[in-house]
Design a protein around this ligand. Sequence first.
Ligand code: GLU
Length: 310
Amino acid sequence: MVTMATSPPFQAVLDRIAEEIEQLPGRGRPADYIPALAALDPRRFGMAVAEPDGAVYGVGEWRQPFSTQSVTKVYTLALDLAREGDALWEHVGREPSGNPFNSLVQLEYENGIPRNPFINAGALVVTDRLHTRTGNAAGALLDFLRAESGNPELSFDKEVAASETAHGDRNAALAHFMASYGNIGNPVPVLLDQYFRQCSIDASCADLALATGFLARHGIGADGSRLLTRSQAKQVNAVMLTCGTYDAAGDFAYRVGLPGKSGVGGGIIAVVPGRCTLCVWSPGLDERGNSVAGVAALDRFTTLTGLSVF
Ligand code: GLU
């Protein structure tokens, strides 16, 4: 096998990956607990790579907007960490949970402090804190994504947000339970509205690869301003590596070897610090909630290019 370790021609790598995994889109099933996502065709596939200077390459449906869902948890974590720093970690941990993303059981043992910011309970805490600081967490997130992707068209998908609200009993239970421990500051209905709008944002692989660039640039935003300290960018990448792909983070690290974050819309973002950011989308999910074709495509990317953090 040829390993392209220096200056990888990203377009050629992406074209080759799309060819190699041709049979995979279509495997797995779209998330059906959110009715608005259940109808997605699992054969859809797109992938993009962005370089730190903003050059972007893609294959398949890389400009097609999709439901970003839990991928957004990376950006709300970054936005909150930038504002409150280490104080955040008194309210949410940074250890893998080993439990499904919407599990309630661990919260009781651990007194309402979620294991990490990427399971739903942890993301609710982060959004709650960001909302307290900004007065509009979902709006702050949307502004951030528009600025970092350079795409002013990004927006909330009202149908998806409404669908999640109508089927949001589990998230409501998590939020109320944590509120009973004093770990939620806003009224639960206000928090849920913010959280569901956050998850409903539509963006393409190109948008998300670009918007994640600050993590490859060690905390520097698209306009050159500092969004996170170098150390905080490292921290976000580390939490992505250990907790970013539900309770399959060990397998993802083993196969892909990059910080990554998946969402039940079928998107996955990944970071090669200093080199590039990636986003892949294909709605067919495995039993743990990660895109089947998405994980395979990232696996091929690091194998073909030799670009990983290990
Ligand atoms: N909005 C989804 C939920 O809260 C996000 C889940 C995900 O993508 O992991 O259930």
